[in-house]
Ligand binder design. Structure first.
Ligand code: ATP
Length: 206
């Protein structure tokens, strides 16, 4: 049971398989809390992306229960950064803030703060098309966090990046803890795992 009114996700005995396929995972117990970043790890095919979809409510788990207490907003970051080529980095972060009712000025100030948090102050005024792969991925994280979702789901954020660029993204992930959201990151990258505060391991209980 919740010890306070903070949003949380609680799963008990969670398991999933697709129709007649093998069990991907079973008997999974989770208690996800705000301000934590959870690395979701396990071999390829162990069900990491599927579990993200279950957490989001897109897929109904085959067994077990899942409670999302106080989770009203969920944001996603996918492995391929998608932006508007001619819009600036700052525009990309300011837009969800404007959508949440911020004034133009406060959206700009907050967007600059978020960009600084992920190490992108130097490209705030650059068009999206000019950003490197790692910069674009960090921008997606900044944008995801800027909307202050109750839960941020991130699928393989460093999969397309070289080692040095992935390190920048992992630093941004480490900086995302404590921002008020529950952050869950499916990853194969050992350093992404190390950048998170907690680990959920699949492929052991099935
Ligand atoms: N909608 C679906 N219907 C049937 N099988 C599916 C469906 N979605 C995924 N699968 C299968 O479920 C298994 C787990 O897939 P999932 O993408 O969740 O694994 P993953 O751990 O994220 O893998 P990877 O690390 O390779 O991205 C795979 O064998 C996949 O083919």
């Amino acid at each position: 049971m919740p010890v306070d009114d903070a949003p949380q996700v609680v799963a008990a005995g969670l398991g999933h398989r697709f129709t007649d396929g093998p069990w991907l995972f079973s008997e999974l117990d989770l208690a996800l809390r705000p301000n934590r970043t959870y690395a979701l790890v396990g071999p390829s095919g162990s069900g990491k992306s599927t579990l993200l979809s279950i957490l989001a409510g897109w897929v109904e788990p085959a067994t077990g229960s899942l409670r999302r207490d106080g989770i009203d907003s969920i944001a996603w970051v996918f492995q391929n950064p998608l932006g508007v080529a001619r819009r600036t980095a700052e525009d990309h972060v300011a837009l969800p803030l404007l959508a949440r009712g911020h004034s133009h000025r406060s959206a700009r100030v907050e967007a600059r703060t978020m960009l600084a948090r992920v190490g992108l102050s130097h490209v705030a005024s650059a068009p999206f098309a000019n950003l490197s792969g790692g910069e674009a991925q960090r921008l997606m994280l900044a944008r995801g966090l800027a909307s202050r979702p109750d839960m941020l789901l991130v699928d393989e954020p460093t999969a397309q990046l070289d080692t040095t660029t992935a390190e920048d993204v992992n630093r941004a992930i480490a900086a995302s803890a404590g921002h008020g959201s529950i952050v869950v990151i499916a990853t194969h990258d050992r350093r992404t795992r190390d950048a998170c505060t907690d680990v959920i391991e699949l492929g052991r209980s099935a």
